[in-house]
Write a protein that binds this ligand. Structure first.
Ligand code: TYD
Length: 197
C-alpha cells in the first residue's frame, strides 16, 4: 500500500495530540501501518529544544533549531512513507511560521524569512488539518494541564491563531472546527483522510 503524510496543526490546547491518537486507532483498525510523530521531536535536536538547554536564546536562533529538528525529522518521515506507512505528524512547518512570527516579548520574526528557511527541507503533506478554536476555550484546556510554557499566554496565542488562519488559506490546509465533541471532529477528519489515502 502507498504511504501518506498527514499533519495536524493548531494553537496550544486545540486537541491535536488526542486527534492524532484517535486517527491512529481508526487507521490501524482499517489495517494500515501507522506512525504518530511530533515536533519538536523527541530525538536529539528536539530534546535539546524541549529541555531549554540554551537560556535566553534569540527568536531567530530558536527558529533555526526548530527547522534543524524538522530537517532530520523530514528525512525519517520520507523514509517511512516510502515504506508504505501512514505518518501522522503533530505540528510541522506551519508551527514555526505561525508561532515565531507572532510577537513574543516584543520580538517577532519575518514570515517570509521563516517560510524561506523551511522551503528547502519540508516535504509537502498529503493533507494538513488546522484544528481551530477560540483562544479562550483552548487556554482553559491549557490552564487545566498545570504549568505553562512561555508560548502559552492568551495574547500570544491569539496572534498565533490569526497567523494559522492566514497560512491555512495560503497552503490549502483543511480548517476543522475544534470546538466540538472529539467524535465529531474525528468524523470530519476521517472523511478527508479517506480521500487522500
Ligand atoms: P507542543 O506541540 O505543545 O508539544 P508538547 O505538547 O509535547 O509539549 O509544542 C511545544 C511548543 O512549541 C508549543 O507551544 C508550540 C511551540 N513550537 C514553536 O513555537 N515552533 C515550532 O516550530 C514548533 C514545532 C513548536
Amino acid at each position: 500500500m502507498t504511504g501518506a503524510f498527514i499533519v495536524f496543526e493548531g494553537i496550544d490546547g486545540s486537541g491535536k495530540t488526542s486527534m492524532c491518537e484517535m486517527v491512529r486507532a481508526e487507521l490501524t483498525k482499517a489495517g494500515r501501518d501507522v506512525i504518530v510523530t511530533q515536533e519538536p521531536t523527541h530525538d536529539e535536536i528536539g530534546t535539546f529544544i524541549r529541555d531549554g538547554v540554551v537560556k535566553d536564546i534569540s527568536q531567530k536562533a530558536e527558529a533555526l533549531l526548530f527547522v534543524a529538528d524538522r530537517a532530520v525529522h523530514t528525512e525519517r518521515i520520507a523514509q517511512k512513507v516510502a515504506e508504505g506507512y501512514i505518518v501522522i505528524c503533530d505540528r510541522y512547518f506551519a508551527s514555526t511560521v505561525a508561532y515565531q512570527s507572532a510577537p513574543l516579548n516584543g520580538e517577532a520574526l519575518d514570515k517570509e524569512w521563516l517560510l524561506e528557511i523551511n522551503r528547502p527541507i519540508v516535504r509537502t503533506p498529503n493533507v494538513t488539518f488546522l484544528l481551530d478554536l477560540d483562544v479562550d476555550r483552548s487556554m482553559r484546556r491549557v490552564n487545566d494541564r498545570g504549568e505553562k510554557s512561555k508560548f502559552e499566554n492568551i495574547e500570544y496565542q491569539r496572534s498565533v491563531r490569526t497567523n494559522y488562519i492566514k497560512l491555512a488559506k495560503e497552503f490549502d490546509f483543511v480548517i476543522i472546527d475544534g470546538d466540538r465533541p472529539q467524535e465529531d471532529v474525528l468524523k470530519d477528519v476521517m472523511e478527508f483522510i479517506r480521500e487522500v489515502i
